[in-house]
Design a binder for this molecule. Structure first.
Ligand code: DC
Length: 216
């Protein structure tokens, strides 16, 4: 039986991480944060002083770096030289760099290959920007989360992060390769007025309705 993949895409601060984690717990599936994988490459480029504005150099870095995928407590981690840079990938500097490296076609090819190989860890809940459109277009379980810009800014500020979400979403949706979009067949949930638990309940209900009874 091939593993089930739940694809959760959406804008920045639309609750993808919170909901993807809650959904994965609720179903007992492995959680994959693909944004963290792009952030890891951005962090690596900054650390190695690779010019993030030079697609050739960034693409070459992807061929060169030594990475492994590990699954720890039902969450997939991308390790670089055996190291998991959990804090470093959340700095403002990394956040600002990541849309540049995420626009490089060679990077996206590399990430897609790694992300598809995550099925080695079983059934997945994978969140990102192109999971339902590019990474697992064949899955029957696609969700797209969104909320008003004001609500998303409020959420980020509550986390102590003041970033230009409109600018990041603009870059993510305008890039030529694998832009942020609503995947064909995705269920769109605007969760501006919903709690995370309410959003997760909607997602899990939809999944259970679609799962074959042998796998529900
Ligand atoms: O979800 P996040 O904020 O951690 O994502 C970081 C950046 O990575 C964001 O600018 C979009 C990009 N990204 C992407 O292009 N494709 C993905 N599948 C996941 C993230």
């Amino acid at each position: 039986m091939s593993p089930i993949v739940i694809a959760i895409d959406g804008t920045s601060a639309s609750g993808k991480s919170t909901n993807a984690k809650l959904v994965s717990k609720s179903l007992g599936y492995t959680y994959v944060d693909t944004g963290a994988m792009y952030r890891t490459l951005a962090w690596y480029c900054l650390k190695e002083k690779i010019d993030i504005h030079d697609p050739k150099k960034v693409g070459a870095a992807c061929r060169k770096w030594k990475t492994t995928l590990a699954c720890v407590e039902a969450q997939v981690r991308l390790l670089v030289d055996g190291y998991y840079p959990t804090k470093e990938i959340r700095t403002a500097e990394t956040s600002a760099a990541v849309p540049h490296i995420a626009a490089v076609p060679k990077v996206r090819d590399w990430m897609k290959q790694q992300q598809r190989s995550c099925t080695q860890f079983g059934n997945l809940v994978m969140e990102g920007r192109d999971i339902g459109s590019v990474v697992f277009p064949e899955t029957d379980f696609k969700f797209y989360l969104d909320a008003t810009l004001a609500e998303r800014e409020r959420r980020r500020l509550a986390e102590g992060v003041d970033e230009n979400l409109a600018e990041r979403d603009h870059r993510d949706s305008q890039r030529a390769t694998a832009p942020l979009m609503i995947p064909l067949g995705a269920i769109v949930i605007n969760n501006s007025g919903l709690t995370a638990e309410e959003t997760t309940r909607q997602i899990v209900t939809q999944i259970r309705q679609r799962l074959p009874t042998s796998r529900a």
